[in-house]
Design a protein around this ligand. Structure first.
Ligand SMILES: [Zn+2]
Length: 78
């Protein structure tokens, strides 16, 4: 396995810890986990495409951590 790479986006340090799972350290020093959870198996309203365990993410909002991770994934798209 390769070593983990940390990328800085919008002042947040993002590390891929697993396939589809990222650790995001925000600029306030809090660390959250953002994970890809697919399309929700036909229930997209129940299961968002991305989940974050920060307070905003708990309500299914697209928080800044998810935005940073998706920006990183788009960048890495090959
Ligand atoms: Zn979040």
């Amino acid at each position: 396995m390769g070593e983990m790479t940390t990328t800085k986006i919008n002042g947040m340090a993002i590390t891929e810890i697993n396939d589809g799972q990222y650790r995001v350290e925000s600029n306030s020093g809090n660390t959250y986990t953002v994970k890809y959870c697919g399309s929700g198996d036909g229930d997209p309203e129940y299961c968002a495409l991305w989940e974050c365990d920060c307070p905003a993410g708990q309500y299914g909002r697209t928080c800044k951590h998810v935005k940073a991770v998706t920006a990183l994934v788009d960048e890495d798209d090959d």
